[in-house]
Design a protein around this ligand. Sequence first.
Ligand SMILES: [Zn+2]
Length: 344
Amino acid sequence: MKAIVLRAYGDFDRLLWEDVAPPCAGFGEIVIRNHAAGLNHCDTDLRRGLFGVAQAFPHVMGVDCAGTVAEVGPGVTAWRVGDRVMPHFVLACGACRNCLRGAENICLKAEILGITTWGGYAQFTKVAQHHVVRVPDALSFEDAVAGTIPFATAWEALIDVGRLRAGETVLVSAAGSGVGSAGVQIAKLAGARVIATTGSAEKFAAARALGADAVVNYNTDDVPAAVQRLTDGMGVDLALDMVGGARLHDAIGAAALGARIVSVGAHGGERVEIDMIELFRKHLSLHGCGRSTRAIFGEVTGLMAAGKLLPVIHARFPLAEAAAAHRLMESRSFFGRMVMDPWQ
Ligand SMILES: [Zn+2]
């Protein structure tokens, strides 16, 4: 099969389109013929060797993909050849303490698809039968890949962890990012008022089209001051941040008394100085998350299939041109996700 193979960390030219041996389904495993593969922020970190988990080379990255079951190994009872599936990136063990109490997303022995195992940047990917969810017939593989991780991440942050309630006001930072555009839609679906931030005025219209009630430019405006103006001095009840750095400061500054702040990323600054006095005097809660569960994957794929959540695709690439997709990701000049076709 063809795959994008990484033989060393480095620049875009490390992404090599090569022939490798196709995977073979062992006991309890299935092989998926990928129809679409997604590009995630962590992919560019991994390529550069900055992810923090060492890979054995050669490595095939790719945290998300979707396709049809091409082969089932012995002992597989849940799936048949031809079923439409996508793997959940947390390849949970199913037996540890956290798995047993229903928190398989923080499995103590999890492998991570495309990080510790070969992932979706290939024509075929192998996982265990309990690592996939069904892709509804009404949902294209492209949309499944574009939408599932962002919507599931935003769902976990806003609904499960952030406990968002109808009528509340939410700040979503970086509405042009995958999780940001998903967060705007989920917050609206939950009945909240959404204040979105973007890094350029060109993205305002797109953020409003997703449902944002107000948009603030975090590069040119004072976000906490703008939020205070937009909320009659109250601040927001919940803030979703996937950037860290100055954006986390924006979230803390924009937070109402008793607000929740949920952090799912830190590409804009991994070390942030926090005024602890502000944190406790405002009764703020700061939560971290970012690994959704398979149950949430099921929720959001159903809502996408029903047309209630709309995946945002910025660009499509042949998988062979993954380097061009990585270049676009690093430019930050996009709104939505990049999806790659392994057969083009
Ligand atoms: Zn486990």
